[in-house]
Write a protein that binds this ligand. Structure first.
Ligand SMILES: Cc1cc2nc3c(=O)[nH]c(=O)nc-3n(C[C@H](O)[C@H](O)[C@H](O)COP(=O)(O)O)c2cc1C
Length: 195
């Protein structure tokens, strides 16, 4: 079973990175084939809304996103991690999500069976942190990620979100959060093994 960890923060070694690394360790424990995608290592141009993908399902922008599409399609589980930036996901994460419009076209305009009901079933999990303690701080990001997962035929199986975490590495003061991330992904991988 393939698990793709998408690192959406530009701060390497930051809070979501630490949580996602811990989650991926949990998945590895169950024998998952784990891959990492650090978005800040890639050039992902924002969607130009040119509708170039409407008739082909392929994006006309020839940047690093072309390397990412197959990785999204080849995985069974996506664990998507992004801190909250202005009540949403980071620009890096949003660029990837918006460029998935090409897959949206494949699924909804071109009715590609590979992304339809009979296509590969995936699972998606979201990890996030925010500095504030606002009740609704994760609402926007969760909706965005849910809709992204839908395009990939990935069932939204849940999220782990932590409020009041700001400085780089501050999550290390919450070992229970790291444990939860580890356990959530371990369970996901274990369930995947059992089919
Ligand atoms: C540009 C920017 C915007 C942010 N916006 C918010 C916000 O709207 N709400 C919030 O709770 N925290 C916000 N934060 C704080 C981060 O979510 C927080 O520091 C988080 O721990 C960073 O995670 P990371 O270490 O994985 O990058 C913002 C940080 C930055 C740099």
């Amino acid at each position: 079973m393939k698990v793709l960890g998408i690192f959406g923060s530009p701060r390497r070694g930051g809070n979501t990175d630490l949580l996602l690394e811990e989650a991926l360790k949990g998945a590895q424990e169950e024998g998952a084939n784990v891959e990492r995608l650090h978005l800040s290592d890639y050039t992902i141009t924002p969607c130009k809304e040119c509708h170039g993908c409407d008739n082909t399902g392929n994006c006309v922008v020839l940047d690093d996103m072309q390397k990412i599409y197959p990785r999204l399609l080849e995985t069974d589980v996506i664990i998507f991690a992004s801190p909250i930036f202005f009540y949403g996901v980071t620009g890096w994460a949003k660029a990837l999500i918006d460029r998935s419009q090409a897959l949206w076209s494949r699924k909804y305009l071109l009715k590609d069976p590979l992304l339809g009901k009979e296509g590969r079933k995936r699972k998606g999990f979201f990890i996030s942190v925010g500095a504030t303690k606002g009740q609704r701080v994760f609402d926007g990001a969760i909706l965005t990620v849910k809709y992204f997962f839908d395009v990939l035929n990935a069932e939204y199986v849940g999220e782990l979100v932590f409020r009041g975490v700001e400085a780089k590495g501050a999550i290390l003061k919450h070992p229970e959060a790291l444990r939860e991330a580890h356990e959530a992904a371990r369970e996901l991988a274990s369930a995947g093994k059992k089919g």
